[in-house]
Structures are given as C-alpha cells and as structure tokens.
Design a protein around this ligand. Structure first.
Ligand code: AGP
Length: 607
C-alpha cells in the first residue's frame, strides 16, 4: 500500500518527485524518501512522516540530478523507522518497492553469507542487493537477472549511480504506470503524480520491465523481449485533484458528492425503458436477463455499498444477491457458474482482497464485472465488463463521494435488470429512475446544514464510544458511519442493525455513549423509534437523522439532522454524505490529520 515514483528527463528530479509523492501520500505515509544521482554518487534522503517534513529536511541542498526515485511508505515488513524507509541502497543500486517479497529471508541469508551487510530489516533491501550483485555494467540486464529470484509481489523503481540517465521499473501484481513526456518519462503507483506533465501513459502488466530515459521508454518481458504497449490517455483534468481552497481533500470530496453522482448518472440514466445506457463495457443484457444470482464483493466502505446494492437488486430487480467480504470470499469454494455475475466493487480497483475474490470467482467460471472509479485499474482490466463511477479523483483516505456514486451505479444496475427481467411495472421503474435523477440536488440540500453538523460535532466530540443504529437500507449506512468515525477519530464506534441492539450491544449503553439513529420515514420507521426509546431509556444521548419536518422524531431525539424526502431505498444517497460530514467534523475537533489517518492508506493493495 505504499506509493512509488520515479523521474528521468530534462528537469531537476527532486521537485517533480516531491510534488508527485504528495499526490501519493493517500497510499501510506509512515515514512517518505527520495534518491537521486549527484556527481556520480547515490544521494538518499528520507524521514519518518510526511513529504512536508522531507521538504524541510531538503531545504538548502543543491541537488540538480535529472533522475531519481521516491517512496511514501505504509509499513508491511519492518517497523516504520528511518532505517526501514525507502529508498534502499546496496552498492551502486538504489530501489523503491511496493509489495511483499515472500522469500526475502532465504535471499537475505544467502546474501549475508556472501558478505552483504543490511541496514534494515525490510524485504525490499534484499532486492537492491540482488540487483547490485548481478550488475555487470548494464542496469537492465542486472534487473532481469535478479527478478526471477524473487517470489511475491512488487512494483519497483531502480536507479544506478553508474547510469545517471536511465530509470528501470518492474511490475508483479502491484500497480505501476509509466508516464510518457517530451524528453522525459515518469513512473508511479498511479497517474496522479505525473498528470500535470503528461496524460499519455503505459500501464505495466505482470512480468514487465520498463527502461525509461529522456529519449523514450522500452517495455520488456522477463526474457528481455520487447513488449509492444498501447499508449493510454488519462481522461480527467489533474487540476481536479487539487484541494481547491478546502482545508482537507475529504471536505472537498464530500461537497463534490452531488457532482460525482450527477456525472455518474450523466448520459446513462434514461427517463424511460431500458432506463440505463451503459456506454462502456457494461453488463451484457442477456446475462442480466437470465442470470441465476449476483455476488457483490467489496471491502470497507465498498462492502457497505454492496450491502445496499443487495437490497436494490433484490427489491427492484428480483435478483437473488449475495454479499461477500473480498478477504473471506477468496478462501471459500465459490458456488458459481457462467450464469452467475460477480461484481467486484472497488473505487480504486486495486484492493488486493477484492481482486483476489474476483479471480477466485473467475476461476470457478463466473462472469466478472468491476464497479470502479478507475477504468484503467487492475480490476477493470481483468473484468469481463466495467460499471464505471465518474466521481473524479478521490485523494482523501476516507472514501466519500465514490461511496455514494457506487450506490448510484448499483441502483442503475437494478433498474436495468428489473426492466430486462420484467420484474416491475414500467411506470414504477420510471418513477424510481426519476427520483434517482433528483439525488444530486437532494444531496446538495442535505449538505446545506454544515454549520449544524459542525455544532453537533463540537457537542459530541468529547465521547470515546459511539453506537450507530439503522434498519433495512439504513443499516449499511450505520456501518459506514461507524467506520468513518473509527478511521478518522481513532475512537470506538459500532454500527448495528437497530433490531439487534437488544441482543447484547445495549449492555454498553449509558450516558457516556451517544447513539446516532438513522430513522428516515419508511417501512422500518416505527420499529426504529422503538429501538431509539430502548437506548434512550438507558441514558444514551440520541442524535437522530430523519426526514425533513418529522416532528415526532424531533420530540424524541436530543439532536436531529434532517434529510430531504427521497424514496426510502434512495435515502442512503443523502444520509451517507451527512454521516461523512459528521465524522469529518468529529475528527477535526480531535485535531486529526483527516486526509492521512494513522495506520491507513487509500488503496489496500496488500492482502
Ligand atoms: C473507507 O473510508 C476506507 N478508506 C476503506 O474501508 C475503503 O473503503 C476500502 O479499502 C475499499 O477501498 P476500494 O473501494 O478502493 O476497494
């Protein structure tokens, strides 16, 4: 889950690397480092913490090198210490690595027996030593000689002090993309670091090695044969990835939620049958019409989206739907066949556990779709079809606008399937499609209460335990709210099906535990009010989220946030941005680094 970056070309490498690493910090920030070649020597600078700290450390250093590598680390092997920070050097070689080398201990022993001395206890340093040992004056040959010894996963950047005009890279199961500029080339874990310089790139595939220089890029396979690659063109505007005056990316992206949903619906949601036009490699109509079941795979917030997606597909389209955690499903024996649709939900398209679940399902014969914000991601490229979000870049670790956009896509899928399977009267589907089309405006209205939410967070930020209750379609929103509070404020929060609270969780309830109750008016409203009274009777302060104008709820709760009216199934498109905003302000009150919560990363590319 770390981020790597490399540059070679006509510019000074350091500023390019530092700005690029800032765009990768969402992938991890336990430590950060850069390596350049200055006057025939490797020059490496690294620090614990963020890129800003490294920038301060580099002030006054006059490093003009036009080749370099950089790394922002999420620790997998070895504590987040300075010794374990990347780049790692051995002899004339310096590398940055994202991934896990499974056989590093045996390689380490072999190299120690040959006199190599290691400065860190990471698996990555072994790679530098292997390449240095194989070096005979040709960096590409040394890399090609060393890679077959590695078992595990890697995205690598490699420089050599004896070859200051070339940058090597290699990929095995961890994302790596090469940016193609004019008299310059870039490598990075995703496209954001070089988007300001070029929108042309190659996505490396497993077993590929890149030789980058100011004169161009050559891609080889592990046998050293040239691999022809098609240039991909990045479609989004890199300016969108800037903060735009907001203090944190997360706040900006919460307020981008209406536009993210609008862009996701644009050109696809139709007012009449078949209700959805999937421009790109969308779901195959015959399969949607005849498939026996759907399995939705996801992790974290995407798993919560899958729980809501199940209700959409079953209630709107009558499609039997199972929901699975990627990390669990991959160890099961999937009961699937060609008539089963398995959808990997992943805004990044790189979550290792979701990818593993998708691959397990494909191996058992299922049809695989990727529901993602990253059309060039591993998930998208491996799937039979893609259900795209058009949410724009999401930098903050906490997923917000992409979570809500996932719900919009799942609702469109349910409408489309319902039409094809003749499950609902067309008039009802038309009504639902029309309501979905109003969601962006409804989200804007829901978010217009930021002052109220901020004041609420101020009143409730002193607690260290929170419970969030919801029934039916609101239960996954309760889970989502609890996840955001945990990951941003570092305090305990538990999402619970409201009906389940009396089965044990209520034992935690007293005046020290505020309870958020998701109670928009609908089928489960009355029962949810009963649960509200149960926890209130035991001293809990109640923060309710309900439908605008609900005087009953206002009378029962200590505090109330109101939502615009939407059909109950669509309510999560409005309540989710509100709970995201509440979790954001809670974290702010605790002075957390909202965009970089500790121990986390935006894209969990390790299993
Ligand atoms: C959500 O706020 C977290 N950042 C995390 O749970 C995230 O949803 C999860 O890692 C899945 O990410 P994906 O959608 O990119 O697969």
């Amino acid at each position: 889950m770390s981020g790597i970056m490399g540059y070679v070309g006509h510019r000074a490498a350091l500023p390019v690397l530092l700005e690029g690493l800032k765009r990768l910090e969402y992938r991890g920030y336990d430590s950060v480092g850069v390596g350049v070649i200055e006057a025939g020597a490797l020059h490496i600078q690294k620090t614990i913490g963020t890129v800003q700290r490294l920038e301060r450390q580099l002030r006054g250093l006059d490093l003009r090198s036009t080749v370099g590598i950089g790394h922002t680390r999420w620790a997998t092997h070895g504590q987040p210490t300075l010794e374990n920070a990347h780049p790692h050097a051995s002899g004339r070689i310096a590398i940055v690595h994202n991934g896990i080398i499974a056989n590093y201990l045996e390689l380490r022993q072999e190299l120690i027996a040959e006199g190599v001395r290691f400065a860190s206890d990471t698996d990555s340093e072994v790679i530098a030593a292997l390449i240095d040992r194989a070096y005979r004056g040709d960096l590409a040959a040394a890399v090609l000689a060393a890679l077959p010894r590695l078992s595990g996963t890697y995205a690598l950047g490699v420089i050599c002090r004896d070859e200051p005009n070339v940058l090597l890279c290699a990929r095995q199961a961890v994302p790596l993309v090469v940016g193609l500029g004019v008299r310059e080339a870039f490598l990075a874990s995703d496209v954001t670091p070089f988007a300001p310089y070029t929108q042309n790139c190659f996505f490396l595939d497993d077993g590929e090695v890149g030789i980058l220089s100011g004169g161009g890029v050559q891609i080889l396979d592990l046998r050293g044969q040239v691999v022809p690659k098609e240039i991909e063109h990045i479609t989004w505007n890199p300016v969108l990835a800037e903060k735009g005056g907001y203090r944190f990316y997360m706040l900006k992206e919460i307020f981008e939620t209406p536009q993210a949903v609008r862009e996701t619906l644009r050109g696809r949601l139709l007012p009449g049958a078949p209700f959805v036009h999937w421009a790109e490699r969308g779901p195959e109509a015959d399969l949607l019409r005849t498939c026996r079941k759907v399995i939705l795979l996801g992790c974290g917030s995407s798993y919560h989206a899958a729980l809501i997606g199940k209700l959409y597909l079953e209630e709107i389209a009558g499609l039997a739907t199972e929901v699975e955690l990627g990390s669990e499903f991959r160890y099961r024996t999937p009961l699937v066949d060609r008539r089963t649709i398995v959808i990997g939900i992943s805004q990044s398209g790189e979550t290792a556990d979701t990818l593993a679940g998708m691959r397990a399902a494909r191996a058992s014969g299922a049809t695989i779709y990727a529901l993602t914000n990253a059309p060039l991601s591993t998930a998208a490229r491996e799937a039979d079809g893609v259900l795209r979000l058009h949410a724009g870049p999401e930098i903050s670790v906490a997923s917000t606008k992409t979570f809500v956009a996932e719900l919009a896509v799942l609702c469109m899928l349910a409408l489309h399937a319902a039409h094809l399977r003749r499950r609902q009267p067309e008039a009802h589907l038309r009504e639902l499609a029309a309501a979905l089309g109003t969601a962006p405006a409804a989200i804007e209205a829901a978010l217009a209460v930021e002052e109220e939410v901020e004041a609420l967070a101020r009143r409730y930020s002193r607690f260290d335990h929170y419970i969030v209750l919801g029934r039916g379609v609101h239960y996954p929103v309760a889970l989502e709210a609890a996840l955001k509070i945990k990951e941003l404020s570092y305090v305990h929060a538990e999402g619970c099906a409201a009906g389940e609270v009396k089965q044990g969780l209520i034992a935690l309830v007293d005046e020290r535990v505020p309870v958020l109750v998701l109670a928009p008016q609908g089928r489960v409203y009355e029962k949810t009010l009963d649960n509200l009274e149960e926890v209130k009777a035991r001293g809990a302060r109640i923060v309710a989220i309900g439908t605008q104008g609900d005087v009953e709820l206002r009378a029962r709760a200590h505090d109330l946030l109101e939502l615009p009216r939407l059909p109950e199934l669509l309510s999560p498109l409005c309540s989710s941005p509100l709970v995201h905003l509440f979790a954001y302000h809670l974290a702010l009150r605790r002075r957390r680094d909202v965009d970089h919560p500790r121990n986390l990363a935006k894209s969990v590319t390790v299993e």
